[in-house]
Design a protein around this ligand. Structure first.
Ligand code: NI
Ligand code: MN
Length: 229
């Protein structure tokens, strides 16, 4: 399975012939590693409704025919934009043709800001995803604070790859993300949601060193770089 970091929280996973894009935010992302028109997708997974996670989802879904997987309200919003959708909610799992997806909680917010802030639409609860594909478990935490129920994710076994935000300010910072990595028993960690904007600037090398001091493996990927799982 091929896991590519496309910048911010956007991840591309290719498993067999299935292409999964999580949180497409490429247009307007100064660190984006791809143009939205270059992407192909069978599934688009959205952790929550904030602009920096969904902005390219409607056009990508309509062009590719991909199924958008998101919480009930965000799926309804995407359906209104012409996307094919599969609605889920927190705690629920569903077996797709490529593997199993469980939506898990995240502590964050999830409104859709419209008309320059004049309207804010409820986008459902924010979440994360635990994907079980080819026998490997991948946790994309979405945007979240550290919260102790992350420990429950490891109740079913370790996580092979934990994709964790480290930018601080809007989400966990590096210190809390390192605790999260331990709590989910991550065999490897891919830090995301940093350096896109000045307010979330982080030293990813220092984070990887912090993980290493805890006996954990971290990837400091540049946008566009990939790993094989
Ligand atoms: Ni957010
Ligand atoms: Mn975000």
């Amino acid at each position: 399975m091929h896991v590519q970091f496309l910048g911010h929280s956007c991840i591309s996973i290719t498993a067999g012939s299935t292409r999964i894009i999580i949180d497409p935010y490429l247009t307007g992302n100064p660190l984006a590693a791809a143009k939205p028109d270059e992407l192909e997708a069978d599934y688009i997974l959205l952790t929550h409704a904030h602009h920096d996670h969904i902005s390219d989802a409607p056009a990508l879904a309509v062009r590719t025919g991909a199924t958008v997987v998101a919480t009930f309200e965000l799926a309804a919003y995407m359906e209104g934009k012409g996307a094919r959708t599969h609605a889920m909610n927190l705690g629920g799992s569903y077996r797709f043709d490529f593997g199993t997806v469980q939506m898990v909680p995240a502590f964050h917010s999830s409104g859709i800001v419209l008309d320059g802030g004049k309207n804010i639409v409820y986008g459902g609860m924010p979440g994360g995803f635990v994907l079980t594909i080819e026998g490997k478990r991948i946790y994309h935490a979405g945007d979240t604070s550290l919260f102790s129920d992350m420990k429950l994710i490891a109740e079913k076994g370790p996580i092979d790859l934990a994709i964790l935000p480290i930018g601080d300010n809007f989400t966990m910072g590096p210190d809390d993300a390192a605790i999260a990595a331990q709590w989910v028993r991550a065999k490897a960690v891919l830090p995301v949601h940093y350096n896109t904007f000045p307010v979330i600037k982080q030293d990813v090398g220092a984070f990887v060193k912090l993980l290493s001091d805890l006996g954990l493996h971290g990837f400091g990927l540049e946008p566009g770089q990939s790993i094989e799982l």
